[in-house]
Design a protein around this ligand. Structure first.
Ligand code: FAD
Length: 457
């Protein structure tokens, strides 16, 4: 064009997983992007930050990482988990594949992933990163930010034109939107907290339990899970009530913790030599669902990731959903160019129902993991579902597969899943074993259900 103006600077608050990835996507369009992060640069604090924590990365997240060209790099340090392995109280194991052969969710280090994204951002000439910068105030009227240097305490005022709030579940940017008219907001805490624990590596860095799996110790009202690390250890997370006879409150001393684990997690206990130390040193953290709307203000502010939709971790989708936000934002920028207001409006219109569905799915999966996976009838039902799916691949994708191994919008997946649930409730009374699936009477019922399903769609 004749009038070539300098592209506007974009401001990203938060250099966590979503903020760093969003910055990379925005910079691909040659905007100057400035990222402010409250914490110190995680690439420089490696030795003091304690144990690495891992996350399950699945298809939605992979697609977003591939979009900025780092799929392969992350895959090389990710461990595929092909199945759930359930540990019962006697130490007996049950296996449940997550999908078809070769379908896996991947255990990746949160810090490792954040560092890869920050390295890429650092190397990008359009991006400037500033650490130890805490957003204190967002002045919407004057489009100014107050940032406090967390090392010196000094404050600086910066102008912004388009601000992306990727500053997590307790977002400072959102807290300012919350004070605007007709802003809906809710937060809900579970009565459960979680604590990070460790299963050590065996001799020579060997994995002491199945490496390529997500392990679950389902115990009805609570559970422990474990995800593998590259060094042979596992990060365990105990999800446990805050109060009650079996709760964090009830475990106050080392001997109490050990006795409890000996009773309910007997096969894991010998592999957790730092149990008491971990248990009392690591915090008990809370589990929150945060919903809000709108996610944007005019063409000025947009919330991304946990800042707009924090969910409980039981489907392993929080980061994946935040990464999918980046993919969707990128698509909308393709469609609407520099019409930021339309991009922001369209983004929240598309994403809000999906974020709400994912929040519900995450709570639903908590019950499945801590309780239903220990039930043989439930596992039989899962097998029958995969038989149906194999027989009618175009009509039946299991809910877990839709959420984890597809890009079907979460809201659609959740609606499909609820229809499938009703069908399974009608079918399962006729089925006592996997072989029953081939009975002519059962096949006739299945056929009828599939016809109804096809007609309703
Ligand atoms: P965050 O990761 O919280 O990053 C926000 C960043 O903003 C941080 O770096 C923070 O320091 C910075 N910040 C905050 N306030 C300010 C401020 N005022 N000024 C400047 N900077 C600020 N998701 C999955 O997909 N798979 C999993 O397996 C999984 N497991 C989980 C297990 C647990 C126990 C929990 C709690 C969550 C899990 N999640 C998982 C969810 C995942 O951690 C989050 O969805 C993801 O981290 C969100 O990324 P984000 O960048 O939006 O927010």
């Amino acid at each position: 064009s004749v009038v070539s103006s300098q592209p506007e600077t974009l401001t990203v608050m938060g250099g966590g997983l979503v903020g760093a990835l969003a910055a990379l996507y925005l910079a691909r369009r040659n905007y100057p992007v400035e990222v402010y992060e409250r914490r110190a640069d995680p690439r420089q604090t490696g030795t003091t930050e304690g144990r690495s924590i891992n996350l399950a990365l699945s298809d939605r997240g992979w697609r977003a990482l591939e979009g900025v060209g780092i799929g392969e790099q992350v895959r090389s340090v990710a461990i595929p988990m092909y199945q759930r392995v359930m540990h019962d109280q006697q130490g007996k194991l049950t296996y449940q594949p997550y999908g078809k052969e070769n379908q896996a969710i991947y255990s990746v280090s949160r810090n490792g992933l954040n560092r890869v994204l920050l390295d890429l951002a650092e190397a990008n000439p359009h991006i400037s990163l500033a650490f130890n910068q805490q957003c204190q105030v967002v002045d919407l009227r004057n489009r100014q930010l107050v940032l406090r240097d967390t090392t010196t305490g000094q404050e600086q005022v910066r102008s912004f034109r388009h601000l992306f709030g990727a500053d997590g579940a307790y977002s400072a940017v959102r807290s300012v939107l919350q004070k605007t008219d007709r802003f809906d907001y809710s937060q809900h805490y579970l009565n459960y907290g979680y604590k990070e624990l460790t299963i050590e590596a065996g001799p020579g860095g060997a994995w002491q339990i199945e490496k390529n799996a997500l392990h679950i110790w389902p115990r009805g009202q609570y559970m422990m899970i474990a995800l593998p690390n590259l060094d042979g250890s596992f990060n365990c997370t105990l999800f446990f009530p805050y109060e009650g006879p079996q709760s964090f409150t009830a475990l106050q001393t080392g001997p109490q913790v050990r006795a409890f684990f000996a009773e309910v997690f007997a096969d894991a206990l010998p592999l957790m030599s730092d149990l008491e130390e971990d248990f009392f040193r690591n915090p008990t953290s809370s589990l929150v669902t945060i919903r809000c709307f709108p996610w944007s203000l005019a063409d000025e502010v947009l919330l991304l990731g946990d800042a707009s939709h924090a969910i409980v971790p039981f489907y392993g989708q929080g980061m994946n959903a935040g990464f999918e936000d980046c993919t969707v934002l990128d698509e909308l920028l393709d469609q609407h160019g520099t019409d930021w207001q339309t991009v922001f409006q369209e983004f929240q219109r598309q994403r809000k129902p999906n974020a709400d569905a994912m929040a519900d799915l995450a709570v639903y999966n908590f019950e499945e993991m801590r309780d239903r996976v220990a039930d043989p009838r439930f596992l039989l039902r899962k097998k029958i579902e995969s038989r149906i799916s194999a027989q009618y691949p175009d009509q039946w994708m299991p809910l877990y597969t839709q959420v984890t191994f597809s890009h079907t919008p979460y809201a659609e997946a959740w609606a499909n899943g609820q229809r499938q649930d009703q069908i399974m409730q009608r079918l399962m009374p006729h089925i006592q074993s996997e072989a029953d699936y081939d009975l002519p009477t059962v096949q006739a019922l299945v056929q009828q259900e599939m016809n109804n399903l096809a007609n309703s769609q």
